[in-house]
Each structure stands twice: as C-alpha cells, then as structure tokens.
Write a protein that binds this ligand. Structure first.
Ligand SMILES: NC(=O)c1ccc[n+]([C@@H]2O[C@H](COP(=O)([O-])OP(=O)(O)OC[C@H]3O[C@@H](n4cnc5c(N)ncnc54)[C@H](O)[C@@H]3O)[C@@H](O)[C@H]2O)c1
Length: 447
C-alpha cells in the first residue's frame, strides 16, 4: 500500500516508521525543513525508544522516505494520513489550522481517488471541515474527483509508542465509506494477525472516542490526586489507599498513581478542548472542568511544600531537580510539572540544578541561558551544593539511588518526591526527611 503521512512529530514519525516496517511504501512529509533534513541524514528529532533503528532500517530498505514537497507527497499515497499538531487555541479549543492546511494541500494536488485519514486529535465535526477543505480546492481546480474522509485517532503513548503502535489495544476507524473501510482494513491487516483489533464506527463517534479516552485517563489521575491531598490532611497514606482500591477489579491498578500533576502534549489540551466543545453546544461539562482545575493546582503542590519547608524564604536556596520530562522515556517537556515548579522557584529567588536522562537538550532549547538554572550531566552532579532534592519524573534510574550520598550532598537532608518513588522508612534510615504526595502524617498540611 502506498501511504503518505503529513507531520513527522511523535505520531506521524512513529506511524510512518511502523507502517513501513510491516511492508508498506511510506512517504513522510513535513513543512519543517530542518526536521526533514535531519531525518534524511538518519537523525531522529525526538527521543522515543526503538524509533531510531526502525526509521534507519526502513529508510535504508527504501520503504520509508522523507520530503518537504507537498505535490510529491499527495501524488504518492492512496492513503493520506494527517498527523499534524492540534495545539490549544487561545480559548482552549483545538487549533485546526494545521489540519485544514493539509486538507487544502491534498485538494490542491490530488489527481485521483484518495483516502484522507485524520490521525490528529480533533474535535467532533472536523471530518466535515476536512471534507469541505478538500472539496473547495477541487472546485477551484474545476475537478470532480472522488475521495473519502476517515477518522483514525491515535492512542499511542510517548515512551512506549512503537509497542503501542505495533500491538495496539484497538484500531478505531470512523468512516461512512465501504471502500475506505476496506482500504484501512488492508493497511492495518499486519497488526491484526493475533485477533481483530479494528473497531469501525461513524466519523463523529471516532473523533469523540479519542477525547473520551484521554479525558477518562486524566480524570483517574485528578481523582487520585484529590484523594492524595485528602490523605495528607487526614493522616492517611495514599499508597495504602491505592493498593486498597486497585485490588477491586472494577477499579484496577492501572493509572491510579498520585503525583505532581499530569502534563504532556495530550491530556491538558484534550481535556480543555473537550470542555470547550461542550460549552460550544451549551453543555456545562462540570466534571471535565474540575479535572483540569485539580490538575492545575496539583502542579503547584511541590513548590508549596518546598516553600512551606523554608517558611517562604526561598531566596538564594538551591534546589536539585531530578526529572524534567513530563513522564519517563521521553524528552517531551510540553506542560511538564517540572516547568511549573522551576518557574515558581525562580520567581521566589531560588535556583535549580537540574538533571534528566533525556530532556537536557529540550530544557536548553526552552530555557536557554535562564538565570538560576544549571544543567547537570548526572543526577549526582545535580546534588552537589544543593539544599534540597525534588523529584518530578519517575525515571527508572531514580528508583534506587544512593540515599547515603543524597544525605551527605544536601545541606538540608530533605527529599520532595512528586512521584512517590520510595518507602518513607528507607529514607528515614538514612536520616532523610521525606515529603511525598499524600503520604500521611509526615506531610505538611497545606491548609
Ligand atoms: N504525542 C502523542 O503522544 C500523541 C498521541 C496521540 C495523539 N496525538 C495527537 O496527534 C497529533 C500530532 O501530535 P504530535 O505530538 O505528533 O505533534 P508534533 O507537534 O510532535 O508534530 C507535528 C508535526 O506536524 C508538522 N506540520 C505542521 N503543519 C504541517 C503541514 N501543513 N504539513 C506537514 N507537516 C506539518 C510540524 O512541523 C510537526 O513536525 C496531535 O493532534 C496530537 O494531539 C499525539
């Protein structure tokens, strides 16, 4: 199958590489010339485990190529995937300018039947907008070509994107065309050998399925954070509570970890966009609004704890920070809790010595020569000369650190853990004071 992917970000590049890997002939197109140059030279612009070797292998075999030429991109694929960004607009709704720009490009250059597959996360009704944009360009050219529009939302997780794409839980396809349905079945046939993972539905339901999935996951996180905050005030331990409720199969252990708030390119913007969609149809989505509100305040919890510890006197304090990415196994720092913390610390006059296994380049790109920020080569280096340690991301390499070293390196033996990585007794044995999220009497009461 000849396939074109518009957008070579986390979703587009993974989709292109994985589809090429199962034998399809894939062209990836991006308007970012720098990115395409890098990819042509075998460099991967993002960190995603396993992606580099898949891209290299398939590029060498000729099944995966990269272009900035829209005409070539549209001419290539019978299937045209749209995998460009849908960032939040000023009012929180999804900004569709990149999606509709691709739709127009397809209309400008297609000269035969095409299936336009929207993989970007888009509000309900975008399928119609994409159809209108393609049609408008065809009308300008005086052409009456057949095409179909499909919604095929992507559920991959950054950090596990290749596995998620190769072994998906489900492949949701929204379409009103039998022809498109068959072509999508053929495209995804290699991923369905074990059992059929395809779920066909109408376009609007597919569009809403993606938002509903992310909103549900974000709800679980905000719910647990709310219970964690209650635990702190009530002298209970959220980790015991988590195990206690997770053992109920109706609740389950997945995705009920308390922490310092969710970030990333998806949950924050998707929850906001769905709430905005609700307002647009005169529905007040009280739960979605609350999920976002709880998360925004949860991102401040670590700063509040540090500030409380120093009785609001943060000027001149040095904070060692482990973990900058919004979650482990990625270098993505979009909406990361580490950013809320660092920005609050700087405002209060403290400085930060930061380390992340993958996101140092991204931190440098975002904050450049920010005063009060030292980028450290190792987690141990970040501790040197610091007053306290804060952990924002649950990278594996932070799970069993040398506690004696932490205790001796810090001027105050205090660890603020935004991801509940440790057993309080372990730190206690090393003379470390431990503040985690929702872990009972040892915590500060924020009220
Ligand atoms: N990142 C994730 O984990 C994830 C998971 C599921 C769904 N999604 C959704 O997938 C979409 C893409 O997300 P992402 O994280 O890959 O975005 P990204 O920002 O990493 O990449 C988007 C890419 O699209 C390119 N682009 C913009 N306009 C273009 C055009 N006209 N033609 C070709 N390329 C163009 C940009 O240059 C950029 O490289 C979003 O809607 C997102 O919500 C993301």
């Amino acid at each position: 199958m000849k396939i074109t992917i518009f957008g070579t970000g986390y979703v587009g590049l993974v989709t292109g590489a994985c589809l090429a890997d199962v034998g399809h002939d894939v062209v990836c197109m991006d308007v970012d010339h720098g990115k395409i140059d890098k990819l042509r030279n075998g460099q991967i612009p993002i960190y995603e485990p396993g992606l580099e070797s898949i891209v290299k292998h398939n590029a060498e075999s000729g099944r995966l190529s990269f272009t900035t030429d829209p005409e070539q991109a549209v001419a290539h694929g019978l299937i045209q995937f749209i995998a460009v960004g849908t960032p939040p607009d000023e009012d929180g709704s999804a900004d569709l300018q990149y999606v509709t720009a691709v739709a127009r490009t397809i209309g400008q250059y297609m000269d035969d039947y095409r299936v336009v597959v929207d993989k970007s996360t888009v509000p309900v009704g975008t399928g119609d907008k994409v159809r209108d944009a393609v049609r408008a360009e065809l009308d300008k050219r005086g052409l009456e070509l057949d095409f179909d529009v499909v919604s095929n939302p992507e559920f991959l997780k950054e950090g596990a994107a290749i596995t998620d794409f190769m072994k998906p839980d489900r492949i949701v396809v929204g379409t009103d065309s039998e022809r498109a349905q068959e072509l999508l079945r053929e495209t995804y046939y290699p991923f369905n050998r074990n059992h059929d993972r395809m779920i066909f539905m109408d376009i609007r339901s597919a569009e809403l399925t993606k938002y509903a999935a992310n909103a549900m996951l974000a709800t679980k996180i905000s719910f647990m954070n709310e219970i964690a905050n209650l635990s702190e005030r009530l002298g209970a331990d959220i980790e015991a509570v988590r195990r206690g409720i997770g053992s109920d199969p109706r609740i389950g252990y997945h995705f009920i970890y308390p922490g310092c708030g969710y970030g990333g390119s998806c949950f924050p913007k998707d929850v906001q966009a769905l709430a905005r969609t609700a307002r647009g149809c005169d529905y007040d989505a009280k739960l979605l609004n609350a999920v976002e509100e709880v998360n925004l305040s949860q991102k401040h919890v670590l700063f509040d704890k540090v500030s409380h510890y120093f009785q609001g006197q943060l000027s001149g304090k040095v904070v060692a920070l482990w973990g900058l990415a919004f979650k482990p196994n990625t270098d993505d720092m979009r909406e990361a809790s580490s950013r809320t913390l660092m920005e609050s610390l700087w405002k209060a006059g403290a400085s930060v010595q930061a380390f992340d296994p993958e996101a140092m380049g991204e931190t440098q790109r975002i904050y450049g020569d920010q005063e009060g920020l030292t980028l450290c080569g190792t987690k141990e280096q970040a501790l040197k000369g610091a007053d306290v340690l804060v952990i924002c991301t649950e990278w594996k390499e932070f799970r069993s650190p040398d506690f004696a070293n932490i205790a001796s390196a810090l001027s105050e033996p205090v660890v603020f853990d935004g991801r509940n990585l440790y057993e309080p007794e372990m730190l206690d044995r090393h003379g470390l004071i431990y503040y985690a999220i929702g872990r009972g009497r040892n915590q500060f009461r924020m009220d």
